[in-house]
Design a protein around this ligand. Structure first.
Ligand code: BTN
Length: 242
């Protein structure tokens, strides 16, 4: 494992992606930055984070024989690495809002951005970007967001948290390499936010209700609709409201 610590960068994900194109990057290279000028979120959003208060880092991981249609295992592994770390710190009510927002007490405390390198229908490598809100207090423009400090009243050491998440990531990626997909999926599903609870969703046709049952192997959300039909949805077509 190689850890590169930077004061400022556009985005740790972008940094590792360009590094991996230009050079022969060592497996499990980690880039952590105190400040990102172009922090990136899912679906083209911006990730903002108060300087040096939170963890913003990315991990470059090579993968062997991971088929493109198995890519969701990376999302599950990244989510579980954060969950397992936070569980040890007794964070209350931990859940994963599909696909990979980490919530504590129903507030988002961590976002994950995964960018894969695809070669001949395989995911040959991935960049896992993690933004964990740790010691930031003010989230005035983001009512759904919170931090470890806000949830527990305790300040945390960023480096200790980073080490713990990296260790969990190593363990979980070893499980991927030994094909323990089922265990990973079952554990991930046990943390799914609003699982088996009546929920409201939005798609291009409007609002509808249903019960989240799990995820498919490809990472689609499985929802039991009111007419008792199980349907799968992908991230681009559905939004979970509450
Ligand atoms: C989201 O919830 O929308 C995903 C946010 C991911 C943010 C992290 S911070 C480190 C890494 N670098 C980025 O530019 N984004 C990810």
């Amino acid at each position: 494992m190689r850890i590169i610590k930077l004061n400022a960068i556009d985005s740790t994900n972008l940094f590792l992606r360009s590094l991996s194109i230009d050079t022969n990057v060592e497996d499990f290279t980690v880039v952590v930055a105190k400040h990102q000028t172009k922090g990136r979120g899912q679906m083209g959003t911006v990730w903002s984070s108060q300087d040096a208060k939170n963890l913003t880092f990315s991990v470059f991981k090579r993968l062997v024989n991971l088929k493109l249609d198995q890519h969701f295992v990376i999302s599950m592994v990244a989510s579980l690495a954060v969950i397992n770390t936070l569980k040890k710190l007794n964070l209350p009510k931990l859940s994963v809002k599909w696909p990979n927002d980490i919530l504590s007490a129903n507030k988002k405390i961590c976002g994950i951005l995964i960018e894969n390198v695809i070669k001949q229908n395989n995911v040959s490598a991935t960049v896992v970007g993690i933004g964990l809100n740790v010691n930031q207090v003010n989230f005035s423009n983001l009512p759904q967001a919170s931090s470890l400090l806000n949830v527990t009243g305790i300040s945390y050491d960023l480096d200790e948290l980073l080490q713990s998440i990296l260790k969990e990531l190593e363990i979980l990626f070893d499980l991927v390499e030994s094909n323990h997909f089922k265990t990973i999926k079952t554990t991930y599903e046990s943390y799914l936010f609003r699982k088996d609870k009546p929920s409201t969703f939005k798609n291009e046709e409007g609002l509808f209700s249903g019960f989240i049952k799990g995820v498919s192997n490809e990472g689609l959300l499985e929802v039991l609709l009111e007419d008792n039909i199980l349907k799968t949805f992908d991230l681009k077509t559905i939004k979970l409201l509450y």
